[in-house]
Design a protein around this ligand. Structure first.
Ligand SMILES: Cc1cc2nc3c(=O)[nH]c(=O)nc-3n(C[C@H](O)[C@H](O)[C@H](O)COP(=O)(O)OP(=O)(O)OC[C@H]3O[C@@H](n4cnc5c(N)ncnc54)[C@H](O)[C@@H]3O)c2cc1C
Ligand code: SF4
Length: 310
């Protein structure tokens, strides 16, 4: 049977949520489309109703308000990379943004879409034909994790490059669902379950990312990838230390959710590294081996703490 395809372009958040309600659970919001469309072409995402958010003007804009930098979810990564408020206040976020994809991807990709992009795995991001030939896995209607040969959990990786920088900067996410508006720490929306990596209600629309601007940080950002351009992360590491020496170490690419380690810059670096390596449930589902990426976690954190302490 041919599935009917539905495309909607609402002009307000409430209209979008109403479209969502009328399609029960069977829809996706579309922002820049650089994550969702490749997933649809590969058959990983078979939902046939797209609700395009791009005409909702109040999801755009960058403004400084109440000791916060407010970045609209629909702001593209290329526009943010040129934004004076972001450049001046959060150069580490610019580093993270410029590590995403290529100039062409960043031209369409939005910040909201980046923090919500789908988890990835070497055994999942393949064509339908490939996945069918190996027998599917827990993330796509199968009953086993091919990467671990286990039956209980999926360890697809959270691959956003901006999320580690935003979480290290104590960012919050503002979203609206059927029960109203909410503002929560960005790290709290990630579940750690590779099959369903976010705990936002399906109809939730992200309005903005809010970054406190009343703190000064020393920062470090580094991304491990096979080539310097157009490559998803195998390990992204962002470290910040504020004026009170509170340190936040955030990793992506090595666990189904961002790994967050908090401490003091005066803590023994070996202890912080051991905590990070233990927290990262890295498995062999990337071009680099599990062993190598776990070694690189140690290298990147060591490098970052040394740089911040200099
Ligand atoms: C070749 C290639 C290379 C890439 N390289 C990288 C990389 O190096 N690093 C990286 O982090 N990503 C990379 N990506 C993935 C993707 O481009 C980015 O994550 C991008 O920022 C996604 O943003 P988008 O606006 O295109 O999201 P979309 O594809 O439109 O949406 C992504 C998800 O977010 C949801 N969504 C989007 N906006 C909202 C909103 N406001 N409210 C509620 N839900 C929303 C959508 O429903 C969807 O589930 C790459 C993609 C490609 C094709
Ligand atoms: S980690 Fe396992 S279950 Fe998850 S996508 Fe990869 S192979 Fe599938």
């Amino acid at each position: 049977m041919i599935q009917e395809k539905i495309y909607r372009m609402p002009s307000s958040v409430s209209e979008a949520i109403n479209f969502a309600k009328s399609n029960s659970d069977s829809y996706r919001y579309l922002a820049g489309g650089t994550d969702i469309m490749p997933n649809k072409f590969q058959g990983n995402d078979q939902i046939s109703c797209l609700i395009d958010l791009s005409k909702i003007e109040n999801l755009r804009g960058v403004s400084a308000e109440n000791n916060m930098l407010r970045i609209g979810a629909l702001e593209t990564l290329s526009s943010l990379a040129k934004n004076p408020l972001v450049i001046e206040n959060f150069p580490v976020l610019i580093e993270a943004i410029l590590s995403v994809g290529s100039p062409l991807i960043r031209y369409s990709a939005t910040l909201g879409g980046n923090v919500l992009c789908e988890n990835r795995c070497l055994y999942y991001n393949q064509s339908e034909w490939w996945r069918q030939s190996v027998g599917y896995c827990l993330k796509c209607d199968g009953d086993i994790c091919i990467a671990t040969q286990g039956k209980n959990a999926c360890f697809s990786e959270m691959v956003s490059d901006t999320a580690p920088a935003l979480i290290a900067l104590n960012a919050k996410i503002e979203y609206e669902d059927l029960s109203g508006k909410h503002i929560v720490p960005l790290e709290s929306i990630y579940t750690g379950d590779g099959v369903k990596p976010k705990n936002l209600p399906t109809e939730a629309i992200v309005h903005a990312i809010l970054i406190p601007s009343d703190k000064k940080y020393r920062c470090h950002f580094k991304k491990l990838r096979e080539r310097e351009s157009l490559e998803f992360t195998s390990l992204t590491c962002c470290i910040t230390a504020d004026e009170k020496n509170n340190i936040r170490i955030v990793l992506s690419g090595v666990d189904p959710k961002p790994v967050l380690i908090e401490g003091l810059i005066t803590d023994d670096p070996e202890t912080l590294i051991t905590r990070a390596v233990k927290a990262a449930r890295t498995v062999d589902n990337d071009m680099y081996t599990r062993k190598y990426r776990r070694e690189m976690i140690k290298v990147y954190i060591n490098e970052g703490i040394t740089k911040i302490n200099r």
